[in-house]
Each structure stands twice: as structure tokens, then as C-alpha cells.
Design a protein around this ligand. Structure first.
Ligand SMILES: [Zn+2]
Ligand SMILES: [Zn+2]
Ligand SMILES: [Zn+2]
Length: 325
């Protein structure tokens, strides 16, 4: 059963997918379904050999053939859990991560994301292609093998929608793109910048919600991955490598984090206010302490941080890999 139910109090959709309860939880490496199938070994979900592989999620939150839910009355509105859920395997190496992949491989990943954005975004009824990665047990990852996910959604989810609404308002007032302005201001201020090159900047936002949170923003105004040319793919891949390596070098161990991509919706409308960017939310406050989304964050929407973004940026700059650029 997959179904979307409307929360009238919050004004948000909630997705229900009962089959997801059956998911395998952190199987040992020899039973990893994402490792290539080996001769004489158990059949896995992954191809025999691959560099990057994309396939349908076996336990999708949404599905293209979801039947309409039974009619309900008044307040209790629901709709079919329509959509597409894909898994993107970053590498056939079980222990790899974005922080270890060479730049050429990262470039390939950016091109795969771009292709899935275009293909899924062109499906009827898909209004938003949400690309993300959950990394580490602290984020609730059920499979260790390096991978990300894609949700192709029949609506624009609330967080990108809110960013777009504020960006549209700013654009109407000043005639300029909000994220172009923010990125230029961060470049000028310098103190929160972790990495900057000709095409792209990575900084800890002025009002970071998570410790060591960073935003990776193309300096040219690009609405989505679709607008990336070869140089743009290379610049994005390079910045992904730089920040991923800095995260893992911070405490010399893999940092649990979320990676999310915000960009233009695919509902056929023009989105001049949309500006492609990647946001990273680490879930650790220090080498030993995890960051929890507790009552203040979950119930009030008030994030309480004990680390200033200026301090985060300095630590991440110091943790950069001098051998990667
Ligand atoms: Zn594996
Ligand atoms: Zn812009
Ligand atoms: Zn964003």
C-alpha cells in the first residue's frame, strides 16, 4: 500500500508505504544486495559489473502504479502514492564513498543525476525530482553500500517550496536571484567559505541549522542540473569531492550526514527564481556526539546550535585534503 495523506493542520502531504517494514536492516557485507553478483555467489540486486548503477527502489515510498485510495470525506483527504523511487549506486566498491571517488567518477555521478532529473522530470505528473543521500547509521541507513536515492514526486515538497516562494518574493523586489546574491555575499565575507573556485562556492550558511552544515552553490545562475554544461559538471564534481573529503578528515572517520539537492521543479512552469544547490546536513556535533532533532527542532522548528558557522567553516577549511583539487 502506498498512499499520500494530507495533513490539514500543517498543510503538508505525508507518504505511507507499508511494504517498507520488510526492508533488510544492515545485512553483513557478504549478503549486501548492492554489491555486484559474483560468480558462484548469491544473486544480488546490482548488475554484474558497474561503475554507477540506477534502479527502482525495491521498497518504494511512492510507485507509478499506485491505486487511488478509497474515497474519504471532508478533512481526511488522500491521493494515490504516485511517484518513482530510485536507488543510485555510487560504486561497486562496498566501502567507497563520495570522499574516496576520483573526480572523473564524481563527474559521472553528476551526469547520472542530470540524466535522471531530465528523465523522471519528464514523466507525467512528476512535479519535483528530489535527489538525496542518507549516510551512516545515525541517519537511519539500512544498507551500508555507498548509494543515494531519488524521489520523483507528484508535488513540490514543503522545504523547496518555501525556498522558492521566498526566492520569488526577493526577485520581485530586487530583480535579482536570492541565491546568486547570497553566494556573492558569502564570497565577499569569506569567513564562512570552505571552498571557492571559478564556477562554484561551498560555505557554511550564516544561519546554519546543523553543525558543519554546508551549501554548495554554482556561482552562475543555473536553475537545475539540466543547465549544467561539461565545465559545470566538472566544477560541481570537484566541489563534491572537496567537501566530502573535508567531512571525513574532520575526525578521521566517516561523518554521518544527509546530502540533498534543491533545484527547479519539473511541473512545466518557468522557475526563474530557482537556483540549483546542494545542502549537506551533518548529524554529529563532535567526534563522539550526535546531533539529534529533538523537541525544539521537531516540534517548534527552532534549531538550536552550539557551533557558529564561522567556526565550522574554519575547521572544514583546515580539514581539506591538500592532495585533492
Ligand atoms: Zn555492497
Ligand atoms: Zn541565481
Ligand atoms: Zn535549499
Amino acid at each position: 500500500m502506498t498512499e499520500l495523506r494530507w495533513d490539514p493542520l500543517r498543510g503538508e502531504w505525508v507518504a505511507f508505504a507499508s511494504e517498507r517494514q520488510e526492508r533488510t536492516l544492515l545485512p553483513p557485507r557478504e549478503r549486501c544486495p548492492f554489491c555486484p553478483t559474483l560468480l558462484g555467489g548469491p544473486l544480488t540486486e546490482a548488475p554484474e559489473r558497474y561503475e554507477i548503477a540506477v534502479f527502482d527502489n525495491r521498497f518504494p515510498a511512492l510507485r507509478p502504479d499506485a491505486p487511488p485510495p478509497p474515497a474519504r470525506v471532508d478533512l481526511f483527504q488522500a491521493r494515490a502514492g504516485y511517484g518513482f523511487c530510485e536507488v543510485v549506486l555510487y560504486s561497486e566498491d562496498h566501502t567507497a564513498s563520495l570522499a574516496q571517488l576520483p573526480i572523473r567518477h564524481l563527474e559521472r555521478l553528476v551526469r547520472v543525476w542530470r540524466e535522471r532529473y531530465l528523465t523522471l522530470g519528464a514523466q507525467p505528473g512528476v512535479e519535483y525530482v528530489y535527489i538525496f543521500e542518507n549516510r551512516g547509521e545515525a541517519v537511519g541507513v539500512t544498507l551500508e553500500h555507498p548509494h543515494g536515492q531519488i524521489y520523483a514526486l507528484p508535488f513540490i515538497p514543503p522545504i523547496p517550496a518555501r525556498e522558492l516562494a521566498l526566492s520569488a518574493a526577493a526577485r520581485a523586489e530586487s530583480g535579482r536571484c536570492l541565491l546568486c546574491t547570497i553566494a556573492a555575499s558569502e564570497w565577499q565575507a569569506q569567513e564562512r567559505v570552505v571552498f571557492a573556485a571559478e564556477e562554484v562556492i561551498v560555505y557554511c550558511p550564516f544561519a546554519s541549522r546543523f553543525p558543519y552544515e554546508t551549501h554548495l552553490v554554482p556561482l552562475r545562475h543555473l536553475a537545475s542540473l539540466a543547465d549544467l554544461d561539461a565545465a559545470g559538471c566538472h566544477a560541481l564534481a570537484r566541489a563534491l569531492g572537496v567537501i566530502s573529503r573535508a567531512y571525513d578528515r574532520l575526525w578521521q572517520r566517516p561523518l554521518p550526514l544527509m546530502l540533498v539537492i534543491h533545484q527547479a521543479p519539473t511541473d512545466g512552469q518557468p522557475w526563474p527564481e530557482a537556483h540549483l544547490h546542494v545542502e549537506f546536513y551533518p548529524l554529529a556535533r563532535s567526534a563522539e556526539k550526535l546531533k539529534y532533532l529533538a523537541s525544539s527542532e521537531s516540534g517548534a522548528g527552532l534549531f538550536v546550535a552550539d557551533l557558529l558557522p564561522e567556526q565550522s567553516a574554519a575547521a572544514l577549511r583546515a580539514a581539506r585534503d591538500p592532495n585533492f583539487s
